[in-house]
Design a binder for this molecule. Structure first.
Ligand SMILES: Nc1ncnc2c1ncn2[C@@H]1O[C@H](COP(=O)(O)OP(=O)(O)OP(=O)(O)O)[C@@H](O)[C@H]1O
Length: 289
């Protein structure tokens, strides 16, 4: 079992003096290679901060981050840019495609920026799995949200990165498109050996992962494997109990987790008949052998 990314003693404080916010405090976290890890927690618990630090998009106040064996903290600008370009893939909630480029051009952008030749076999494989073959000449505005996010998934994998980071990648999608994107991330782990780290509010989305890490108030408070949606909802209710009226400053709002559908499996357009937990976790465990 190798480590794709490691955080040690990670602390992030935004602002200074009385206006400062401690978003993460002394967090240790290893991302295992070839695994799908989800990071859950209420709004403000530090999920995006942890992901951005792990993905070398931001610098910590204290602590260290490694991508594989590379210590990220002290990298100069150029090797840091190369590391982000070649070893990390990103999928954002807002897709972040280049509007003037068509789907094919968006997908191969990381390769063309790096001045390399497109690996046609790999490109075709990804496009086939994502069902994008008949959309390659379309610009983002001519694609549905789900298709745009599938293009973003293809772009994230194009360089065969060490890790793909997804920040609420299904946050803007309907349930069917979300299931397609999550199913693809799952397949990328099972079939391509990809390492995926995804931030989500949503227990349904997190149930596609092998491992779910729960954050609260800038700390990791739980870390479980092989959980289905029911298990995750139980964990959410246990870790973030409803505290109606108790959402004062400094307290992460459990409501955010609930409001976003994590405690209500059918509320965020996640149809009960969409794909049962049993089927999905069965597929996950079968794929893992
Ligand atoms: N650039 C910033 N400046 C000041 N405070 C920030 C900044 N970014 C995040 N924070 C604060 O740090 C804490 C953690 O934020 P973070 O975005 O990591 O949480 P999150 O769990 O991802 O929340 P959400 O689910 O709402 O995106 C919050 O209190 C947030 O207000």
């Amino acid at each position: 079992m190798s480590i794709a990314a490691r955080a040690k003693g990670l602390t992030k404080i935004y602002g200074s003096d009385s206006a400062s916010v401690t978003a993460l405090e002394d967090v240790d976290f290893d991302v295992t290679s070839g695994e799908f890890t989800a990071i859950m927690g209420p709004s403000g618990s530090g999920k995006s901060t942890l992901m951005h630090l792990l993905a070398a998009l931001d610098t910590p106040t204290a602590g260290e981050v490694w991508i594989g064996d590379t210590a990220v903290n002290n990298l100069a600008d150029t090797p840091l840019t190369v590391l982000r370009r070649d070893r990390i893939g990103f999928i954002f909630q807002a897709f972040n495609l280049v509007p003037t480029l068509n789907a094919r051009e968006n997908i191969v952008l990381p390769v063309t920026i790096a001045g390399r030749k497109v690996d046609v076999e790999w490109f075709d494989k990804i496009i086939d799995v994502l069902g994008l073959a008949d959309r390659l000449t379309h610009k983002p505005a001519e694609l549905s949200g789900g298709q745009q996010q599938r293009v973003a998934c293809a772009r994230a994998l194009m360089n065969r990165p060490d890790i793909v980071f997804g920040d609420e990648p299904t946050g803007n999608l309907d349930s069917r498109s979300a299931a397609e994107v999550l199913g693809f991330l799952r397949r990328s782990v099972d079939e391509f050996g990809q390492t995926v780290v995804m931030v989500t509010h949503d227990a349904h989305a997190a149930s596609y992962a092998d491992r779910v890490v729960f954050l609260s108030d800038g700390h990791i408070v739980d870390d479980i494997r092989g959980a289905d949606q029911t298990d995750l909802l139980r964990e959410v209710a246990r870790i973030y109990p409803r505290t109606d009226g108790d959402t004062g400053p400094g307290r992460p709002s459990a409501e955010a987790v609930y409001r976003d559908g994590s405690a209500a499996p059918t509320s965020r357009g996640v149809p009960a008949d969409d794909e049962s937990d049993v089927e999905r976790s069965g597929a996950r465990h079968a794929a893992r052998g």
